[in-house]
Each structure stands twice: as C-alpha cells, then as structure tokens.
Design a protein around this ligand. Structure first.
Ligand SMILES: CC(C)(COP(=O)(O)OP(=O)(O)OC[C@H]1O[C@@H](n2cnc3c(N)ncnc32)[C@H](O)[C@@H]1OP(=O)(O)O)[C@@H](O)C(=O)NCCC(=O)NCCS
Length: 154
C-alpha cells in the first residue's frame, strides 16, 4: 500500500483538518480555525486514507521548527504510524535547514513523551497547569539537530 505525506490545502481542507483534530484530541485540546489557518499542515495517507496529521510553525525562534501537533487517528494508533510521522518530521526539519525542533505536550501524555525521547528530544521546561479539562502541566521538548548529517543542506 502507498504511504505518503501530503501538504493540506487551505482553505479547502480546513474543515477536514478540524474534524480529524477533534477525533484525535477531543474537544478540550483541539485547535480553532484561526490557528489552523496559520499552520503548515501535512496529512499522512496510507492507501489514500487519512491516518495522521502534523502541523508546523516555521522560525518561531531563529532556525527553530515548532511542531504544533502530531496526531494519529485512534483507529490506527499503536501500529508504528506515530514513529513514521516523527521520523518524517525530523527529516523535514533537517531538509529545510532547521537547527532545532521544539514541541509541547501534556505531562500525562506518556506515549508522546516516550516517542519524542526515542528520537532524542529532551524535556527543557515544564509549565504547570497550562492545560485545562483536565488540568495538566505542559512539557516543552527540544531536539537539537547536528550539522553535517545526510539530510542537512550543503
Ligand atoms: C502519540 C501518538 C502520535 C503515537 O502514535 P502511534 O501510532 O500510536 O505510536 P506508534 O505505534 O508509532 O509507537 C511509537 C512509540 O510511541 C510510544 N507509544 C505509543 N503508544 C504508547 C502507549 N500506549 N504508552 C506508552 N508509549 C506509547 C512508544 O514509545 C512507541 O514506541 P515503542 O513501541 O518502540 O516503545 C498517537 O498515539 C496519538 O496520536 N495520540 C493522540 C494525539 C497526541 O496525544 N498527540 C501528541 C500531542 S501533539
């Protein structure tokens, strides 16, 4: 089966992104339409089916790529798609010459924290009570990209 990453087209796919987001994150953590419109979003498609979605903000700090969201549809979780998407996010950052990747998640989100750590991300900061419904801390994670790797620009 063909597995591809494709950039989401805005505004055409805004509704589709928001429906997917609600399925993955529920009501409390989903993004609103104005925020989605600022993001550079990508679908992970498996045989034409939308299996995952991730979204970036470029240069939130100099040379930093911010991963605003990484989500795998609940029906496809636990099958390696999260690992595939994380590998693609890191490759995307290297390919575009970023020196650092930053991302956030709930402290209770052990799956995401473990996945990030597997790729070398480190927790650099915690913000208590950042999330509501339920209340939770936010963990900020960072991956510093070494220059001169196979994916870096020459
Ligand atoms: C977190 C998420 C992206 C992982 O995707 P996935 O396809 O389910 O994960 P994979 O099958 O690729 O597993 C990759 C790694 O994730 C971690 N992981 C996945 N499920 C886990 C679980 N239930 N408990 C702990 N770790 C888990 C593990 O480190 C795993 O690697 P390992 O099996 O080698 O230990 C996915 O579960 C998801 O979309 N969750 C809801 C959205 C979310 O919380 N996103 C993060 C905030 S931006």
């Amino acid at each position: 089966m063909l597995t591809i990453f494709r950039r989401a087209e805005l505004p055409k796919e805004l509704r589709s992104l928001m429906i997917f987001d609600r399925k993955v994150f529920g009501e409390s953590d989903r993004f609103d339409a104005p925020y989605w419109q600022t993001l550079e979003s990508y679908w992970l498609l498996e045989g034409g089916v939308k299996v995952g979605c991730c979204a970036f903000e470029r240069n939130v700090a100099q040379n930093s790529l911010y991963i605003a969201t990484t989500g795998i549809h609940p029906g496809f979780q636990g099958r390696g798609f999260g690992r595939l998407m994380k590998a693609w996010e890191v490759a995307f950052a290297r390919h575009h010459g970023f020196k650092r990747i930053v991302t956030n998640c709930r402290k209770r989100n052990t799956a995401m924290i473990r996945l990030n750590k597997n790729f070398g991300f480190k927790a650099i900061r915690t913000e208590p009570r950042y999330y509501s419904d339920p209340v939770d801390s936010m963990v900020v994670m960072e991956l510093r990209l070494a220059p001169g790797s196979a994916f870096s620009r020459v």
